[in-house]
Design a protein. Structure first.
Length: 67
């Protein structure tokens, strides 16, 4: 089943870092382990995260798992 992301905001790294209070290395380490939402490529050299994914992680950081 596809998730409709048409109304989901994209967050840049600074916003993600501010909301989660995690460092860059911790974010990318957790992405690799599947315990943090992955970023999406939005252009060459530019990534962002879906706001709903970050909100879900903030609500349950220990229980969040990649689908």
């Amino acid at each position: 089943m596809m998730i409709d992301r048409s109304r989901d905001n994209l967050l840049r790294f600074r916003e993600v870092k501010d909301r989660t209070k995690l460092s860059r290395s911790t974010i990318y380490d957790r992405i690799g382990k599947g315990t943090f939402p992955p970023s999406v490529q939005i252009s060459a050299g530019l990534v962002a995260w879906y706001e709903s994914d970050i909100n879900a992680w903030v609500a349950n950081p220990m229980g969040w798992r990649s689908l």
